[in-house]
Write a protein that binds this ligand. Structure first.
Ligand code: PLP
Length: 367
């Protein structure tokens, strides 16, 4: 073996402990959740006859302070149906440059609904109301594309689990309402914002015409999202969902998992936040240029790896070789997400590996 090659002691056998922090979608249904699924009464939901789905929809609509709700297979479909409710072909939807609807739904708004999009650069995805309003074109007349909807993501995934301030969301709602522009809240992780701040879900819900929330992320359900809106909009959404191929049959078995998760696994999101905050404090204490611990509010840690000479993909690959799995959000950032199945031992392992790797600075690895 060449003297230059360093082999990590665990490399021969593979890491003994794997901390899988790629996403909070990786969780497995807990025993209580599986029992709830087995016992759920079901019916054909395309006929509107699944009682468990109906209960879940009522529960989520009421939590978010809206008239009605619709169970969806995924967060992407919930978002895309919502965008189609707001905008038609030739109209536009705007959001920040890191927004999931613009960056990670594979151009669905254009591909399925003929909707165009524009964005503004937002540090950590934080809502900047003045910039959003400056980008928005309430009435484009015959010359400019008219903005039908502004999308706010809370918490913000690629921004690093950023919580949007309620005051900013309220101001955006007021200003857009005055000129007849809609607001969609991509609340895939709105649960995390609620637990982190104590702001009631309905207060966030009041800031948008349509809200999507995911059951399959921090809450730990195997599948499912819910779209909430007015009764009239939800009836239209039911048609759009079916048109997109999202009509589901005896799906109460899945709705039961989501309902159980809301009752039993909502408050425990605080544990994920605490672990993420601990890691951010240690890494940010050693390398303030990589992460500002004060900005880490929920369960997502985004590291500016390039600040210490690593590209995001290279750091993620190196960490994976030592049993810490993350996700490179772009060339200079790596994301690590805490969740139901990430315990203290995994957290300690992640801290040790990431501290060590970040310490190998000045390698010229960033791109
Ligand atoms: C903010 C946000 N919105 C929407 C989605 C889409 O959810 P799904 O993967 O269920 O389509 C995600 C998924 O990660 C997300 O992070």
């Amino acid at each position: 073996m060449s003297a230059e090659v360093t082999v990590h002691p665990q490399a021969a056998t593979g890491p003994a402990l794997v901390a899988d922090l790629r996403s909070d979608t990786l969780t497995r249904p807990s025993a209580g959740m599986r029992e709830a699924m087995v016992d759920a009464p079901v019916g054909d939901d395309v006929y509107g006859e699944d009682p468990t789905v109906a209960l879940l929809e009522q529960r989520v609509a009421s939590l978010l302070g809206h008239e009605a709700a619709l169970f969806m297979p995924t967060g992407s479909m919930a978002n895309q149906v919502a965008l189609r409710l707001h905008a038609g072909p030739g109209q536009e939807v705007i959001s920040d440059h890191l927004a999931h609807v613009l960056r990670a739904e594979l151009g669905a708004a254009a591909a399925y609904s003929g909707i165009t999009t524009r964005s503004w650069v937002a540090h950590r995805g934080l809502l900047d109301v003045d910039t959003a309003l400056a980008v928005m074109v309430a009435d484009g007349g015959p010359y400019q594309v008219g903005t039908a909807c502004v999308v706010v993501e809370n918490t913000h995934n690629f921004g690093g689990g950023t919580v949007q301030p309620l005051a900013a969301m309220r101001r955006l709602r007021e200003q857009t309402r005055q000129v007849g522009v809609g607001v969609h809240l991509d609340g895939a992780r709105l649960w995390n914002a609620h637990v982190a701040t104590g702001v009631p879900l309905a207060d966030y819900g009041a800031c948008a015409d349509t809200v999507s929330v995911c059951l399959s992320k921090g809450l730990g359900a195997p599948v499912g999202s819910v779209l909430v809106a007015s009764q009239e909009r939800v009836e239209q959404a039911r048609v759009l969902r079916k048109r997109m191929g999202g009509g589901m049959r005896q799906v109460g078995i899945l709705a039961a998992a989501g309902a159980w998760a809301i009752e039993h696994q909502l408050d425990r999101l605080a544990d994920d936040h605490a672990r993420t905050s601990t890691v951010a404090g240690i890494l940010g204490g050693a390398y303030p240029e990589v992460v500002d611990p004060a900005a880490v509010e929920t369960n997502i840690l985004v590291l500016d790896t390039a600040a210490v000479g690593w590209s995001g993909p290279d750091l993620v690959a190196a960490a994976a070789g030592r049993g810490v799995l993350g996700y490179p959000t772009d060339t200079r950032h790596a994301r690590f997400v805490w969740h139901l199945d990430a315990d203290d031992a995994m957290t300690e392992h992640a801290v040790a590996v990431l501290l060590d790797l970040l310490g190998q600075r000045g390698t010229g690895r960033s791109t």
